[in-house]
Design a protein around this ligand. Structure first.
Ligand SMILES: *Cc1c(COP(=O)(O)O)cnc(C)c1O
Length: 479
């Protein structure tokens, strides 16, 4: 495909500006000439070529609106377009971030009500909507934990992180000055309780746990885990990025979590990935309410307003009040689905993951053969040992079948991991077709392994140097 600069021809254009009827001004009096350019090196293309260029470019991309995108842990699901329309309403988009409370009461009420609804869905005492993403929410949560122990005068410097955890968890702990200690998983893919007992000392501030964990497995001993942590004065942090696994079924607050972060841009109607704005609200139990970031929304005589008067707060985590439009989409999603709809979404997410797990089980190793939650994790070990074909080869081959590959090589405790998250929004026909593609690839690995190793065969470029492409991408056009 040619670059836009290569199709450029002098004199062509897609815009026609009428001759100006405003008298010219001599800029020399206003600005030093050296700051001005006469020539701008911009491509000159006719409108039709411009439209075709960008339409063709967009077709080389892959997204949920184009096909199945089973990227485990990331929850790439269809997000109802009506929620985009709601978030685009002028009353939501037009308000100035510095507008006085009185001019933004409706929006404040939406956020206030959103906090209340999240508190009831997740069983927490209160929520903040400030953090801009999941990892930012983790940081907020761990900062509150740190402040809580400072206030109590306890010097705890360790934070426990299971070996299956998302990489952002140890990073968030470290950013707050905690030393991360790895907690082992047991044979069932859950927390190794004996190891937890031995690690849980008065030096440990918290355990950061994902439930269901990144193997897609529900922690059966969660109450016991919470009891061990709390009995030694520690706090239980929950990574709630994958909340579509339990909405309406159970609540982190009831499981014993003291603080959790959510990813609205996974569970609640904003696409994850693509670098767009996210939102990582943080919910707290009573023990941490005083430490929530400010400003907080308060209900007062004249409606809703902001308040900074919380002496133990960790302070402000973000300019203004977070990514408001993501909150509006989540609010529209929650209100339109209702309790019943959210529960049904979870049921379908879990059913779909188990459907795929059972269909693919004869063809791929399944290290933890239990009922899974919203995702299932296979291993490509059999294909490596029998055919010399790796998980990365099979993932590349899936592209030729028109699918985005699942998450691979994560979680780290599963060798050659293939982590599939179908989400609740896919039909049985889509799941069947995907499973057929996976099964053909497993067969091909036996019959013609080289073909799998050469994949993808249908894309503009095939195998890139992934490290160079990620670390030193050359996206500059030079004449
Ligand atoms: C996605 C995810 C995160 C991080 O969320 P970001 O918004 O990408 O920062 C943290 N933990 C888990 C389990 C996740 O799946």
């Amino acid at each position: 495909m040619e670059l836009i600069f290569e199709i450029s021809r002098p004199g062509r254009g897609a815009a026609h500006v009428s001759a100006s009827d405003v008298p010219a001004v001599d800029l020399d009096h206003i600005i030093d000439r050296k700051y001005l350019r006469d020539e701008l090196d911009l491509p000159e293309v006719a409108e039709i070529d411009l439209v075709r260029h960008y339409t063709n470019l967009s077709r080389r991309n892959f997204g949920v609106d184009l096909g199945f995108y089973p990227l485990g842990s990331c929850t790439m699901k269809y997000n109802p377009k009506i929620n985009e329309n709601v978030a685009a309403m002028p009353g939501f988009t037009g308000v100035h971030p510095d507008a006085p409370d009185a001019f933004a009461r409706g929006n404040l009420e939406l956020m206030y009500d959103m906090q209340k609804r999240l508190s009831s869905i997740f069983g927490m005492a209160d929520f903040t909507l400030q953090p801009a993403a999941g990892a930012h929410g983790e940081l907020t949560g761990v900062m509150m934990i740190k402040k809580y122990f400072e206030k109590k005068g306890e010097k705890r410097h360790l934070i426990l992180i299971p070996d299956a955890a998302h990489g952002t968890n140890p990073a968030s702990g470290a950013l707050c000055g905690f030393e991360a200690v790895t907690l082992r998983s047991n044979m069932e893919g859950g927390v190794d309780l004996e190891h937890l007992e031995s690690l849980m000392t008065e030096d440990v501030a918290a355990l950061m746990l994902t439930n269901p964990n990144t193997l897609g497995l529900f922690e059966r001993n969660i109450e016991k885990v919470a009891q061990i942590i709390h009995s030694r004065g520690g706090l239980l942090y929950g990574d709630g990025a994958n909340a579509n696994a339990f909405l309406g079924k159970t609540r982190p607050g009831d499981m014993g979590f003291d603080v959790i972060q959510l990813n609205l841009h996974k569970t609640f109607s904003t696409p994850h990935g693509g670098g767009g704005p996210g939102s990582g609200p943080v919910g707290v139990g009573e023990v941490l309410v005083d430490y929530l970031p400010v400003p907080r929304i308060v209900k007062n005589d004249s409606g809703y307003g902001w308040s900074d008067h919380f002496p133990d707060t960790i302070g402000r985590m973000r300019a203004f009040y977070g990514n408001f439009n993501v909150m509006v989409k989540a609010y529209a999603y929650i209100r339109s689905l209702g309790a019943e709809g959210l529960t049904r979404a979870t049921e379908m997410a879990v059913l779909n993951a188990n459907y795929i797990k059972e269909k693919l089980k004869p063809y791929f190793d399944l290290p933890y053969d239990r009922t899974c939650m919203h995702e299932c994790v296979f291993s490509g070990n059999r294909q490596v040992e029998q055919n010399g074909v790796h998980t990365s080869d099979m993932a590349k081959r899936l592209i030729d079948f028109g699918y985005h590959p699942p998450t691979i090589y994560f979680p780290l405790i599963v060798p050659e991991a293939i982590m599939i998250e179908p989400t609740e929004t896919e039909s049985v026909e889509t799941l069947d077709a995907f499973c057929e593609a996976m099964i053909s690839i497993a067969r091909e690995a036996e019959e013609n392994p080289q073909r799998v190793k050469d994949a993808p065969l249908s894309t503009p470029v095939s195998r890139l140097d992934e490290v160079l492409a990620a670390r030193k991408p050359d996206v500059c056009w030079k004449k």
